[in-house]
Design a protein around this ligand. Structure first.
Ligand code: 5GP
Length: 184
């Protein structure tokens, strides 16, 4: 039995990567790694499904105890991938996929050089702004912060294996699925 592959899906907030991942979830042979975060749950998000929501103190304790494969401080909050369970799954030959930011993706590539990195890009920054405003979950300052992070991130996507533009959800999902099926 071979080792499982780590599949990273990245992209700015509001690009639709969560929706794409949800659709893919049932169709690809991979286990979804639920990350830990210190940010507050958005409406409809469920602890243990979207994230494990923890306090900052708890997150820092987990860092000290070496529980994360990788973690990052992003827009005032910590986000991290649990080490133990991911390594166990991969040892069992199970592919793992997760939504991780650009810094995290770079770290994952260092740990697993054959990881598959896919970046979901918006058709334009204007469109991304519209989607974030339409989502209505963040105040305008937060949206502006997220947009400037997105701009910075998008300058760095050269190390990704694939960049998929989400101009149409069904099309982008199909494209990501085809890439994954080809690569795993
Ligand atoms: P959001 O707050 O919109 O759910 O996520 C913010 C950013 O954190 C997104 O780019 C998301 O992909 C990223 N993220 C989520 N989980 C992890 C993780 O475990 N590690 C890292 N490095 N980034 C993560």
């Amino acid at each position: 039995m071979g080792k499982g592959k780590f599949i990273v899906i990245s992209g700015p907030s509001g690009v639709g990567k969560g929706t794409i991942c949800k659709k893919l979830f049932k169709e690809i042979n991979a286990w979804y790694s639920v990350s830990f975060t210190t940010r507050a749950p958005r409406e409809g998000e469920i602890d243990g499904v979207n994230y494990f929501f923890v306090t900052k103190e708890e997150f820092l304790k987990r860092i000290d105890e070496g529980e994360f494969l990788e973690y990052n401080y992003y827009n005032d909050n910590y986000y991290g991938t649990s080490k133990k369970i991911v390594l166990e799954k991969m040892e069992q030959g199970i592919n793992v996929f997760s939504e991780i930011d650009v810094n995290g993706a770079r770290n994952i590539k260092k740990i697993f050089p054959d990881a598959l990195l896919i970046y979901i890009a918006p058709p334009s920054m204007d469109e991304l702004r519209k989607r974030l405003i339409g989502r209505g979950t963040d105040p305008i300052e937060r949206i502006n912060e997220r947009l400037s992070i997105a701009e910075e991130e998008m300058k760095q996507v050269g190390f990704y294996d694939y960049v998929v533009v989400n101009d149409e959800l069904e099309k982008a999902t199909k494209e990501v699925k085809e890439i994954i099926l080809k690569e795993i």
